[in-house]
Design a protein. Structure first.
Length: 565
């Protein structure tokens, strides 16, 4: 093999540079030690990015899925090489200082996948993600690299059962609030805790993981119905094998992520997230993913698409059903067909099948007649989108509200200001938050946290105490996909950089108006100006390590909180 220069074929743009020719003998020697044979050096090399770890049930099975994806590559003429990247668990770290690393992990995942792929010269990529930040992180790396790529979702968890009702991780968070309010006993709390997570898979409602998996499928970067499969199922196994085959087809046809991840494709993703009633985190992550492929996507695009697309899915957290029940009736492809037929999707967008959205959906069967998970278009849960972008003197650069329709359209109340999530949670649980309060949690933005923590613990405590319709919560932090109630997050500019949220005081009147898309502090403009004039920026909470580096590089939430702008 070392005697002649091997031609770098059209599908080996990167691996050929690494292994071809006599001068690359050292590289081949290293690869022989990990299992390469002579014939393998002539094959396209496909990286299989596995986010496996035992940190979280969302990812505990992905090592096995990675082996299946690798077999799909190897059996179809490629050479698969599995490598790992990190994951963290939002559900475990939620409500603690550790949650500050959650959004940061998205950047670490993107950077690490890019680093391995770039260093080793892999020609294509299959990435398998489970927990929330794995998915956008993998997609951001795909966009930066622009090598033929397929994403595989690790799959949804099956629900637990308590008193003949489906329960999940959000049920546990809300049970904490119910226990604090003496609505359930400690025995009940322990029973819910013990049965809510029955095995592998991502959190079971239309929370961030299932939202992003659905968005990525609608974007065209995963195979049809990849987002709507149980983590432990023959369908998910086959999905992984087919992904290995699909990436080689993309390589042969020279179809790359930037051919798929177009502005129209992102509009399709927004439409599907809207119809599903998905997580507010989709706003942050889709903007960041678009940035990775130089597509201009902004808050206004969510408003524009949301005005046309209704909420059709009756899914948790604000609805009745879990993702596994959507899987059972056919997944999201019938929903996409409904949207396509109504002109609410762009059917001409390319996908990882090598076919367009319209071609992929041509033979999709409709949902069963008696199902209640997905409403018909003429009887939506909400006529317009639930992701409402607010502006006003408290959010000059925008904020994101999740208005399902059950909370009402307007809330005015008195500010109760907290400088951290922990302080707010303590006051919610001890009963000091009353009807009519607007809970303000600030200095939790991308820079101020740093890390932009999710406020699932406070919002769940509010719901658990029965205050879901009686108080509002606003923050420059984020919300879990499991949060519901009258909540507004991603307030920009954030408090740490001198945004108006920084100068709100206890007793100020706050008005949230979803119909007018406004978030306002009801004090005179000259009073706002005077308070801002005397405001002093807090000292940085971290001065070394990854959180310090993140704080120095991260952009505003309205720009996706990216670190490579």
């Amino acid at each position: 093999m070392a005697s002649k220069k091997i031609k770098n074929t059209s599908v080996r743009h990167y691996s050929g540079i690494v292994v071809d020719g006599y001068d690359r003998a050292p590289s081949r020697a290293m690869l022989r030690a990990v299992g390469f044979k002579d014939k393998d050096f002539k094959k396209a090399q496909i990286g299989i990015a596995s986010t496996w770890s035992m940190v979280t049930p969302c990812n505990m099975h992905i090592d096995k899925l990675a082996l299946q994806a690798a077999s799909g590559v190897d059996k179809n003429g490629g050479k698969a090489i599995i490598f790992n990247t990190i994951t963290v668990s939002d559900g475990i770290s939620m409500g603690t200082e550790g949650m500050k690393y959650s959004l940061v992990s998205r950047e670490v995942i993107a950077d690490s996948v890019e680093t391995v792929m770039g260093c080793e010269g892999f020609d294509g990529l299959v990435a398998i993600g489970g927990c929330d930040k794995n998915m956008p992180g993998c997609l951001m790396a795909m966009g930066r690299l622009n090598r033929p790529s397929v994403f595989v979702y690790g799959g949804t968890i099956l629900p637990g059962c308590y008193r003949k009702k489906n329960v999940d991780i959000v049920s546990v968070f809300e049970a904490v609030g119910a226990y604090a309010n003496k609505k359930i006993s400690s025995k009940d709390l322990t029973k819910i805790e013990s049965c809510a997570i029955p095995g592998p898979g991502s959190c079971g409602g239309m929370y961030t993981a299932n939202t992003m998996a659905s968005a990525i499928e609608a974007l065209g970067m995963s195979l049809p119905n990849s987002s709507a499969q149980a983590a432990i199922s023959k369908e998910k196994t086959q999905d992984c094998i087919r992904a290995g085959q699909a990436v080689l087809n993309l390589l042969k046809k020279n179809i790359k992520p930037r051919d798929i991840m177009t502005k129209k494709a992102f509009e399709n993703a927004i439409a599907v997230v809207t119809a599903l009633g998905g997580s507010t985190n989709a706003v942050l992550h889709l903007i960041a993913m678009a940035h990775s492929v130089d597509v201009e996507l902004g808050l206004e695009d969510f408003t524009r698409v949301g005005k046309k697309v209704p909420v059709l899915a009756d899914l948790k957290p604000s609805g009745r059903f879990v993702m596994a029940e959507l899987v059972n009736i056919g997944g999201i492809t019938p929903l996409m067909k409904i949207l396509l037929d109504q002109g609410l999707l762009h059917g001409d967008c390319m996908t990882v099948t090598g076919k367009t959205v319209r071609e992929n959906l041509a033979d999709v069967k409709p949902y069963p007649k008696n199902q209640e998970v997905i409403r018909p278009l003429n009887n939506p849960i909400k006529k317009e989108g639930h992701l409402v972008i607010l502006y006003g003197n408290l959010a000059p650069e925008g904020a994101v509200a999740k208005i399902s329709g059950k909370e009402g359209e307007k809330f005015s109340g008195i500010a109760r200001v907290f400088e951290s999530e922990e302080d707010a949670l303590k006051n919610i649980l001890n009963g000091s938050i009353k009807k009519g309060d607007v809970i303000i949690i600030r200095y939790e933005g991308p820079k101020g946290g740093p890390g932009m923590r999710e406020m699932l613990s406070p919002t769940s405590a509010v719901m658990g105490r029965g205050l879901g319709k009686d108080v509002a919560l606003i923050t420059d932090g984020r919300f879990s996909g499991g949060s519901h109630g009258f909540v507004v997050g991603h307030i920009t500019p954030e408090a740490y950089v001198g945004g108006p949220l920084a100068i709100v005081r206890d007793g100020d009147k706050i008005t949230i108006d979803a119909s007018e898309r406004r978030l306002d502090l009801e004090i005179p403009p000259d009073e706002i100006a005077q308070r801002l004039k005397v405001w002093e920026k807090p000292q940085a909470r971290y001065t070394r390590g990854i959180l310090s580096k993140y704080m120095k590089n991260v952009t505003s939430a309205s720009l996706g909180a990216v670190t490579d702008l």
